[in-house]
Design a protein around this ligand. Sequence first.
Ligand SMILES: Nc1ncnc2c1ncn2[C@@H]1O[C@H](COP(=O)(O)OP(=O)(O)OP(=O)(O)O)[C@@H](O)[C@H]1O
Length: 286
Amino acid sequence: MATDVGGVTTDSATATVTDTAGATAAGSTTAVGATAATTAGVTVRNLHRSFNRSGGVLNGLDLDIAPGEFVALIGRSGSGKSTLLRALAGLDRDVEGYGRISVPRQVSVVFQDSRLLPWRRLLANVTFGLEGKDAAERGRRALTEVGLAGRERAWPGELSGGQQQRAALARSLVREPQLLLADEPFGALDALTRLQMHALLRKLCAVHKPAVLLVTHDVDEAIVLADRVILLDEGVVGTDVRVDLEERSQADPGFAALRRQLLDALGATGEHLGSDFIAPGTRRAS
Ligand SMILES: Nc1ncnc2c1ncn2[C@@H]1O[C@H](COP(=O)(O)OP(=O)(O)OP(=O)(O)O)[C@@H](O)[C@H]1O
């Protein structure tokens, strides 16, 4: 399994994680414990993770994501969202138990900060680690797709936060991932830029069709972007709802009902808003 993390490709076929992808070119399997299988989408079975001096963070979690499906992952602060994402990215060497993780061969990860290398120009960032004579051309195309044509020679420090996240998306998508893992990628952006990034991500996903797992605190963002919203609770998938709206906006009558259902599941409605919850549409303090 090749995972692109900020332009650096890692291979999880080491340590406690076993890559058995040789069986098929379509996907790879990270086997934790005894079981192994191969999928083009994501399959997680009975995943456990705990850290020193704390109880289980993931407690026998099961999850399926179909090829090309967009899943948003919500949950209270500390519920294990990033822990799950890191396990899927192959970044956690210590997932334990007799669970199983199957992910596609090519996985890309984007984070809240762009992780662009400040000493490389934009095109060099996007193509970093990319092989083949057409790498530069592919990089230029990707920058054009995210609206950064003409900025190939810019330094990351010359870009706004939104532009840096666009570049991070270009760097991920130029590798044509079958799975895109995104950990609050728009969490540090202002509301308007965030809306623009939503439109861009939806457009890019329609073209490239990766499966997506998006971690977000913003229920509205989850509803606007995802095919399915899942809620992590007590280390397993609690709520799992399909987003079936005519229109991906608050104008759709089903939007408010779905939002309320998810907020209820989060225990975050009415006067019981937790301090760790970010109200829909507002910016997360980091
Ligand atoms: N490397 C680590 N060492 C010890 N504990 C950790 C480590 N990583 C995560 N944890 C703990 O695991 C729990 C889940 O953390 P995680 O970051 O996955 O939550 P989260 O749902 O992503 O939270 P947030 O929404 O605040 O980002 C927390 O209690 C956290 O303190």
